[in-house]
Design a protein around this ligand. Structure first.
Ligand SMILES: NC(=O)C1=CN([C@@H]2O[C@H](COP(=O)(O)OP(=O)(O)OC[C@H]3O[C@@H](n4cnc5c(N)ncnc54)[C@H](O)[C@@H]3O)[C@@H](O)[C@H]2O)C=CC1
Ligand SMILES: O=C(O)[C@@H]1CCC=N1
Length: 264
């Protein structure tokens, strides 16, 4: 698998780390306008760091684009004459629909839109994907790439923005929940480092319970809530204070923001 990451910023860097950790590429080109901050990656035999997107495209099959939306069309325009049947174009770019990509490079390309998150750097990304008509033939390949770095799901394109909120922004939402739990633990007497350790591993355990069992969260909650005990007392107080409602309202506000410009 010869992979290029076009635009190695926050997300591109996370993907590069995920690919290296999962040994998911035979060669990897990392591009950025100013490559100084990613020059260290040259120490890996299979990695080439360059500001030459055309060189990366010529030497790779899987092209993962992780640039800001304003730069995408111009970059596609600058490499489109190099695209062949071997290339799969994987965009991670928020709000940039397949039609807009096809308008620049044409329909006769394997085009996949993906929405990973930064946990891809540690092999734990929830990645949603969809494709153009031709790209359907490369969905399995794309899923195989992302499944090495977490979990993937094919969804219709009209759900990509919702997936962005839940999965990509979701990393930030869960971080705040972990931080709040940490603050609570400090107030109960743990030092800050211990408090974070307790919070993050408990969070990891809760998610793993659901992933492994396939259970509904309430089934697992029932196992923890002793009648008249401390868990139900805490849970009910959280709900009186609007825990679920505030999370749902935050998710809807985030979605309203992402759909503000009526992009697909
Ligand atoms: N940060 C995140 O968690 C997620 C971001 N996304 C999407 O991924 C894309 C990238 O986001 P970030 O990594 O946060 O942005 P970023 O700004 O950190 O990274 C973009 C990179 O592209 C580089 N770049 C700009 N012009 C270039 C060119 N002509 N050739 C090569 N590289 C060029 C920039 O130097 C920068 O390093 C965005 O479209 C965003 O919507 C999607 C999912 C999650
Ligand atoms: O906050 C944002 O708008 C972008 C999209 C998903 C993650 N970062």
């Amino acid at each position: 698998m010869k992979i290029a990451i076009i635009g190695t910023g926050n997300l591109g860097l996370s993907i590069a780390n995920g690919i290296l950790k999962s040994n998911g590429a035979t060669s990897m080109y990392l591009t950025k306008r100013d490559t100084t901050s990613i020059a260290d990656f040259e120490k890996f035999d299979k990695v080439t760091v360059t500001n030459d997107n055309r060189l990366a495209v010529q030497n790779s099959d899987i092209l993962i684009f992780a640039v800001q939306p304003v730069h995408f069309a111009e970059i596609l325009e600058s490499i489109k004459d190099l695209l062949t049947e071997n290339h799969v174009i994987i965009s991670t770019i928020t709000g940039f629909g397949i039609e807009k990509i096809e308008a620049v490079i044409g329909k006769d390309n394997y085009i996949v839109r993906s929405m990973p998150n930064t946990a891809i750097s540690v092999g734990k990304s929830m990645t949603c994907i969809c494709s153009n008509e031709k790209g359907k033939k490369r969905i399995d390949l794309t899923k195989a790439i992302f499944n090495r770095m977490g979990h993937s799901m094919e969804i219709p394109e009209n759900q990509m923005q919702a997936a962005t909120v839940i999965c990509a922004s979701g990393i930030a939402f869960w971080m705040r929940l972990i931080r709040a739990t940490t603050q609570g633990a400090i107030q109960l007497g743990f030092d800050a480092k211990e408090a974070q350790e307790l919070a993050m591993h408990t969070c990891n355990g809760a998610a793993s319970l659901l992933i492994d069992s396939g259970n509904h969260p309430e089934e697992e909650i029932d196992r923890v809530t002793t009648p008249m005990g401390c868990t139900i007392t805490g849970l009910n107080e959280m709900e009186h204070q609007g825990l679920s409602a505030s999370l749902i309202r935050g998710i809807i506000a985030s979605y309203d923001k992402i759909t503000e410009f009526k992009t697909k």
